[in-house]
Design a protein around this ligand. Structure first.
Ligand code: ITT
Ligand code: MG
Length: 166
């Protein structure tokens, strides 16, 4: 099968490859059509679905997958949230979300100024490309769950639902 994933981010591509080891994984830049920094579950999910749709529409695609990272508010708190969508050639849509953790207040303040979490994390950790490596989730869990593993879980949930239907 040709599995298209709507991102060139290595954590997203590797997560899909680990759940579809026998298949061809093709990473493509597509548009999420939501803000660069989604601020709710709804917006993050919409981004994932938009990415999956564009992937599923590719000529050679058997499956299209979209993974989107964002944040969402619960009361005064800001949580990391991640959503995935899978669309097959019959246009069936499956969705799933990943683990979430509360972000520290200093990170929340920066995001409320309009900065992207990717930038904020690089500045906070004095590292480069945190988003392409362990991610915010990896930093704030002391490496217990890194971004790739968090995405793996989402892809496994998507694949399982799709297989259940077949
Ligand atoms: O190239 P794409 O696929 O867009 O990958 P991305 O790293 O930008 O990831 P998303 O667009 O899905 O995430 C939306 C925003 O949230 C940031 N982000 C989300 N999760 C993150 C994490 O765990 N660590 C660092 N930044 C994160 C990311 O940098 C973006 O600014
Ligand atoms: Mg992005």
């Amino acid at each position: 099968m040709n599995v298209y994933i709507g991102s060139q981010n290595p954590t997203k591509k590797a997560a899909v490859k680990s759940e579809f080891p026998e298949d061809e994984i093709i990473g493509v830049d597509v548009e999420s059509k939501v803000s660069a920094q989604p601020f709710s579950d709804e917006e993050t999910l919409e981004g994932a679905i938009n990415r999956a749709r564009e992937c599923a529409a590719m000529k050679k695609a058997d499956l299209g997958i979209g993974l989107e990272g964002g944040v969402m508010e619960i009361g005064e708190d800001l949580y990391l949230c991640n959503w995935g969508a899978l669309i097959d050639h019959r246009e069936n849509l499956y969705t799933a979300s990943g683990a979430r953790i509360r972000l520290p207040d200093e990170i929340k303040k920066e995001l409320e100024k309009g900065l992207e979490l990717g930038e904020v994390m690089d500045r906070y950790t004095a590292k480069q490309n945190v988003r392409k490596n362990e991610g915010a989730i990896g930093i704030f869990t002391n490496g217990a769950i890194i971004r790739e593993e968090m995405f793996q879980h989402i892809v496994r949930l998507l694949k399982g639902q799709w297989e259940f239907d077949r």
